[in-house]
Design a protein around this ligand. Structure first.
Ligand code: IPD
Ligand code: CA
Ligand code: CA
Length: 263
């Protein structure tokens, strides 16, 4: 099993790098073919689709009996103890604007537990990865969270839900409570990178509501293996997660609402 996880990790890394190459071929080009999905702030490009195609066809060739959930094509029909959870391009708004924070995110679950996670940001060439029980790494070097004693020393990130055009439960209430207490608040724009940055100690904390499994699967294993704490703070808004180093987790959590904001 352990050796198999290592083999899976190697494949994830190779395929994330191949997908990253595809993305760099489109980045800041005229060939993005930007389309909207749910609304004007939910976009997909030709690079999302080409990356997904490559990753899925590699999995289907080598592991045809494995189940696959991927953002653009959904869940395949295979039932298996192994499930690949893929965001072929996380941070598409950044990508489509020419901003460098975007990544490929591939997680693998075995009987519902994530055992392998890879987050690769090709433009900045940052490869985060973890195998369950074996630590987390950035470009081959082991990472752990930073220890921060108080929110006053903390730089944290967040994001805003895609239905912000129609739902007042849009995270601004949390921002209003957190902002006065922290050294800095960022909106970097790719959930998998945000969480990996908490793992590496570049951010002290991060929270976001209304994410999906593919946004967080790989990065939460990386965070866990780097000793970050995390908490699913809402159960009525898809995946709503706070990730932080142990020094500020409690303080940050106390400022984030567990209930829907109503005007
Ligand atoms: C999005 C990014 C963004 C987050 C959104 C996600 P996508 O993923 O992770 O940072 O705020 O909620 O949907 O659409 O670029 O894969
Ligand atoms: Ca995403
Ligand atoms: Ca995506």
């Amino acid at each position: 099993m352990t050796n198999f996880n290592d083999e899976l990790l190697k494949d994830c890394i190779d395929w994330a790098k191949e997908a990253g190459k595809i993305q760099l071929g489109y980045f800041r080009s005229q060939n993005l073919d930007i389309k909207t999905k749910f609304n004007y702030s939910d976009v997909v490009t030709a690079a999302d689709k080409a990356s997904e195609k490559l990753i899925i066809s590699n999995i289907q060739t080598k592991y045809p009996s494995h189940s696959i959930l991927s953002e653009e094509s959904g869940q395949n029909e295979v039932e298996s103890d192994y499930k690949w959870v893929i965001d072929p391009l996380d941070g598409t708004t950044n990508f489509s604007s020419g901003l460098p924070e975007f990544c490929v995110s591939i997680g693998i679950q075995y009987k519902g537990e994530t055992v392998v996670g890879v987050v690769f940001a090709p433009y900045i060439n940052e490869l985060f990865y973890a195998v369950k029980g074996k630590g987390a790494f950035l470009n081959g070097k082991q990472i752990t969270t930073k220890h921060t004693d108080s929110l006053h020393q903390a730089v944290v990130a967040t994001g805003f839900p895609v239905d912000k055009d129609r739902n007042p439960d849009n995270n601004m209430d949390n921002v209003k409570r957190v902002l006065p207490h922290v050294r800095g608040l960022r909106r970097l724009g790719a959930a998998a990178v945000d969480i990996s940055y908490v793992a590496a100690g570049f951010l002290d904390g991060y929270w976001e509501l209304n994410l999906h499994e593919w946004d967080v699967c790989a990065a939460l294993l990386i965070a866990e293996e780097a000793e970050a704490e995390y908490d699913f703070f809402r159960n009525d808004r898809n995946v709503s997660v706070m990730v932080a180093n142990s020094g500020i987790a409690k303080a940050l959590s106390s400022l984030i609402s567990r209930k829907a904001f109503k005007e």
